[in-house]
Every structure is written in structure tokens, then in C-alpha cells.
Unconditional design. Structure first.
Length: 76
């Protein structure tokens, strides 16, 4: 996939690729690539994807900032 070969490392991407039984996505930072694979650092860890299995890839914006507090305000 040409786009994955041209994007700078560190770009946040979503990559859809073929797996047995269908497709899956990897969302995270593009951290490595070589002639036949790319590596996306996801929340669950690095995912190595064969470029031949990629069906779609695009850069995506940074994740939304989570608000701190974690719940409703205390009752009075």
C-alpha cells in the first residue's frame, strides 16, 4: 500500500487488513515498516501487518482528550 510507505513514522493511522474469516483494524501510531510489513502501536501493543493484506489505510486525528474526574459531581 503506497500510503503506508509514504507516511512519516509516528503518524496516527487506521489500517484495515485481511485476517482469516474477514477483516480487522489496527488503530494507533505507525512506528515501523519494511518492504513487506508495517507496525502499528495500538493500545493493546504493537501489531505487525503484512502490506499485502492491507485493504485500506488512512491517517486519523489524535485521540480525544479524556476529561478527568471520572464521574458525576458529589451529591449535596
Amino acid at each position: 500500500m503506497k500510503l503506508l510507505r509514504e507516511l512519516p513514522l509516528g503518524t496516527r493511522v487506521v489500517v484495515r487488513y485481511r485476517v482469516e474469516g474477514g477483516f480487522t483494524d489496527a488503530l494507533g501510531d505507525l512506528v515501523a515498516r519494511d518492504e513487506s510489513t508495517c507496525t502499528v502501536d495500538t493500545r493493546r501493543g504493537p501489531v505487525v501487518v503484512a502490506l499485502a493484506a492491507v485493504t485500506l489505510a488512512k491517517p486519523v486525528p489524535p485521540p480525544p482528550v479524556r476529561k478527568s474526574g471520572g464521574g458525576p459531581p458529589p451529591a449535596e
